[in-house]
Structures are given as C-alpha cells and as structure tokens.
Design a protein around this ligand. Structure first.
Ligand SMILES: [Mg+2]
Length: 385
C-alpha cells in the first residue's frame, strides 16, 4: 500500500497568535522570545524576518537588526491552548497524528483513500479549517514519507501547500543544500563540503564507501535520506510525555540558596501545569547548565506519582543536593515525566492528602483567575520581581 504522510506546520506560530489577538500587531515585525540579556528569539513574524531576524538568534542581535520590532515574551499557556485546538482539528482527518511541537504534526494518511481520495484537497481543507476556526495560517506538505512531507511543508512557506509524489522524490530535493537533511548539522555539512558535496543530489550519487570514511555509520542513513527514502513510521501520541519548565538567568546564580529558590519557583510552575492538564508524574528531572555551558540532568523516580508542588520541590532539592556547584549557573530546569492521567495525588488516600488536595484546588482556582504569580510560597515573597 502506498504510504502517504501530511505534515502540517503553522507559520510563525507564536507571533501569529499574538497578531490574531491584537490587531495593532498585524503586519508589524513581532518578535517573541526571552527579553533578558541572554534571551533568544523563539518566533519572528514574517514582517520581522524581512530584517533578517530568525528563531534561535540572540535577542540582542534581533534588536540590532530590527530596532523598530515589537518584542514580546509571549504567553505559552495561550499557545498550548491554541495548539490543542489545532491538534483537535487534525484529529478529524487521521487517527494517527504525531505532534512534533506545539505547532506542527505528522498525519499518517495511508489507507484513507476511500475517505480522502485527493490529499491535496484534504490538505487544503485542513488549512482552511485551521484558518477559519483558529485564525492561524498553516503550511502543509504531502509526501510518501515523514522526511519529505516535512521538507515539502517548509519549501512553500508561508501559506504553503506542496505535494511530492512517489517517483518524484529524488528530483524534488536534488538541488537543495545537504543541510536540509535531518541530522546534518554544521559539522557534517562542513565535512561534506570538503568532499565537494554541497547538494542533496550530489550526496545521493556519492560512493557509499567514501562517504563511510567521513561520516561513519551515519553514511548509509544519510544517503538513503538523500535518495528521498525514509521508513520511519508516524508514532501517534495521544499523551504528552513530559511537562517541564526551565529558566535562563540574566546573571548567573552564585549561591546554593538562589538555586533552591529557583527550584521552588519551577516546582510550583510544573505542579500547576500538571494539575491543570490532569496529570501526575513519577519521575522528576533537574537540569542545570553552568556558566561554562556544561549541562547536567539528574532524575529521581518516586514510588507514587505526584502533582504536588512541595513533593516536586523536595525531590528536586534532593537531586540538587548531590550536585556540586563549583561555578555559576545560567539555567535551571525541572521536568516531570512518567506521566499518568489523573487529577489527584495517587498515593495513599489519607486525610492529609485530602486536605492538601483541597488546598491545591483553592490555590489553582485563584491562579486560574488572577494569573500564575498570585500565590507563591512564603519563602518567595521577598523576591522583588
Ligand atoms: Mg512552525
């Protein structure tokens, strides 16, 4: 059976949501990301891209290139909600959806010909429904595999719709630079360039033995991709795998107490998100990035899943107590994994647990009404932000 994948990807997603909700931002260069000294751009509207602003660019550089830009920190909770609406629309077209991030997903359309005989028309419908119901513009790529579908959605952006049909695979990608292949970063691209390989087409024709010398075991996969072959299946994911939060600091943290304070703040945020989406987690992971960019992650798995701030915090603190701080810290993160659906604390239903549960319900109601910052542990009140 012919395999068919559609990749749907929103155009400048975060910026598009902001422009949708604030008419003053429409057709303006909107740049979303971390606004502190070390912040990076997460999304730039197409108006901002004209000035050379790109995602992952340091915010300082974005400000230099586009001083008239409108710079926003963004509202991730809103983007999560919009993302859910989009994924719900996609679910009407295929039960096999693999979200890659908040704003893009693969749909496995294999074997749906009787329902959707013309996939170009189907992709058009998907785009139209997202536009009409969510107010966001999406690009779509249709191809016999994931790699080509993702490439196709990107090649025609914004508001794109492109199909690569079986038999057209190699021709469709031959002229593109090798950096468009999955897994080819700057290092690989540079070493390929030394071999005189600049395009995907050249890579497809290179002798495999020669390629193996330079790229090792990666060579075979690379050449298959260059030939437009990709067997990876769409992995339908109905549940999130993790819920986490991390913070990059403008100034490195230099004391254990500062790190603990951040862990407490993050634990509250992660706990709140878990409860809001009705999950509990068994594994808590702490991520620390030192001033030198050395990054470590350490995890601890609990006997019972939790979504209580203090349990997340004490677990994170226990992990942190085993980490030696011999330089400043630029990033701290907490991630909850091993998720289980369920709103309450899963451990023994004691009176104490019940009490805490109702305490959290009250706190969460206030947070939902007045914003996340309204209630925070006494220990954090002294912070001036
Ligand atoms: Mg996108």
């Amino acid at each position: 059976m012919q395999k068919w994948i559609i990749h749907v990807d929103m155009d400048a997603f975060f910026a598009a949501v902001e422009q949708r909700d604030n008419p003053e931002l429409q057709s303006k260069p909107v740049i979303i990301g971390g606004l502190s000294g070390r912040g990076v751009v997460s999304t730039a509207s197409y108006e901002a891209r004209k000035y050379g602003v790109r995602s992952a660019m340091p915010m300082v550089e974005a400000r230099r290139r586009c001083p008239q830009g409108i710079f926003l920190t963004g509202n991730y909770d809103k983007y999560i909600a919009v993302s859910r609406e989009i994924m719900n629309i996609l679910a009407d077209f295929s039960p096999f959806i693999e979200p890659l991030s908040l704003d893009e997903a693969f749909l496995d359309m294999t074997g749906t010909e009787w329902l959707f005989p013309d996939l170009v028309e189907t992709a058009r419908q998907i785009k139209a429904r997202i536009k009409a119901e969510v107010g966001i513009v999406a690009s779509a790529g249709i191809a016999p595999n994931k790699f080509l579908a993702k490439l196709a959605s990107d090649l025609d952006k914004p508001d794109g719709l492109l199909i690569i049909r079986p038999g057209e695979e190699q021709l469709a990608i031959a002229k593109l630079p090798v950096s468009r292949l999955w897994g080819v970063g700057k290092t690989t691209a540079d070493s390929l360039q030394k071999l005189g390989i600049n395009t995907i087409g050249q890579l497809a024709e290179t002798d495999l033995k020669l390629l193996k010398k330079y790229c090792g075991n990666f060579a075979e996969d690379l050449q298959r991709l260059a030939c437009g072959i990709d067997d990876r299946p769409v992995i339908a994911q109905h549940e999130p795998k993790s819920i986490g939060k991390e913070t990059t600091f403008e100034h490195d943290l230099v004391s254990v107490a500062q790190v603990e304070e951040e862990l407490l703040l993050l634990a509250e945020k992660v706990g709140w998100r878990l409860r809001r989406y009705c999950y509990s987690a068994r594994t808590i992971t702490v991520k620390i990035r030192f001033a030198s960019f050395r990054t470590i992650t350490r995890s601890k798995t609990l006997t019972d899943p939790t979504n209580f701030d203090e349990l997340i915090f004490t677990t994170a603190q226990a992990i942190w107590s085993h980490i030696t701080m011999n330089e400043g810290i630029r990033l701290v993160g907490i991630t909850a994994t091993n998720l289980q659906a369920g709103c309450g604390q899963m451990s023994l239903f004691s009176e104490e647990t019940d009490k805490r549960q109702s305490m959290y319900q009250a706190v969460d109601k206030l947070k939902a009404k007045f914003g996340e910052k309204i209630i925070t542990k006494g220990r954090l009140v002294s912070r001036d932000d």
